[in-house]
Design a protein around this ligand. Structure first.
Ligand code: PGA
Length: 252
């Protein structure tokens, strides 16, 4: 009942010259069974939107402001991202929670603003290494989930991405047991809060050093509906095998 989703997060990487890679990623998946989302720097959205029209690739941004307009120098509203061609946006990535001191309450406001503008929000959660070592992972996830996800969430307008901070960009992937425990927990919490309809239709992605070499085993874990991929989404050579592994993954 949940369509699998491979999402690429280009972070602060990519210039006009990188559009060739976007094109190559799109061309490699003419009929992907999974949804394919590319979250590009805002400066590339309009250009990529033209390039991707007629393909099945979904274009996304990496952040939005919680207000629709106003005196917020340097920020972009969700409606601006829609106009630039985005259909989705990442909110609450740990790099923004850390570098910009974003709270879960702000992330929730951003997710709501995104949904109101017609964007699907990809809401990121994850524990630090210290929190995991102190056996606080599930408490942290529970708190972030309840505070970051708006009451208006549905399976169509919301995706949850579980990204242990210690696994992002480090080459250290969580074990399949660690991933399964957290994904099952998130699923149970979503069902408890929203009921089975929303709870069972909301996709839960894993993120943190997903690579071609580890994708298949991660996609076989229960309640893993896809991945949010950073470094390995930057090139077609790395991203395509991950999407192919997702296409081939069993229903779970
Ligand atoms: P990574 O990044 O795949 O490079 O670890 C994932 C993310 O931050 O979304």
């Amino acid at each position: 009942m949940r369509r699998k989703l491979a999402a690429g997060n280009w972070k602060m990487n990519g210039t006009r010259a990188s559009l060739a890679e976007v094109q190559a990623i799109a061309k490699a998946h003419p009929a992907a069974q999974s949804d394919l989302l590319l979250c590009l720097p805002a400066t590339l959205l309009s250009l990529a939107a033209d390039q991707l029209s007629g393909t099945s690739v979904i274009l996304g941004a990496q952040d939005c402001h919680s207000e629709p307009s106003g005196a917020h120098t340097g920020d972009l509203s969700a409606a601006m991202l829609v106009e630039a061609g985005a259909r989705a946006v990442i909110v609450g990535h740990s790099e923004r929670r850390e570098n910009h001191e974003e709270s879960s309450e702000l992330v929730r406001a951003k997710a709501r603003a995104a949904n109101e503008a017609g964007l699907m929000s990809v809401i990121c959660l994850g524990e630090s290494l210290a929190q995991r070592e102190a056996a606080n992972t599930l408490d942290i996830i529970a708190g972030q989930l309840s505070a970051s996800v708006p009451d208006t969430a549905t399976g169509e307008n919301t995706v949850i991405a579980y990204e242990p901070i210690w696994a992002i960009g480090t080459g250290m992937t969580a074990t399949t047991a660690q991933i399964g425990e957290v994904h099952d927990f998130i699923r149970a919490r979503l069902e408890r809060r929203f009921g089975a309809g929303v709870g069972l239709s909301t996709r839960i992605l894993y993120g943190g050093s997903v690579k071609p070499a580890n994708a298949a085993e991660i996609f076989a874990v229960s309640n893993v509906d896809g991945a949010l991929v950073g470094g390995a989404s930057l090139t077609q050579a790395d991203f395509t095998p991950i999407v192919t592994a997702l296409d081939a993954a069993p229903e779970n």
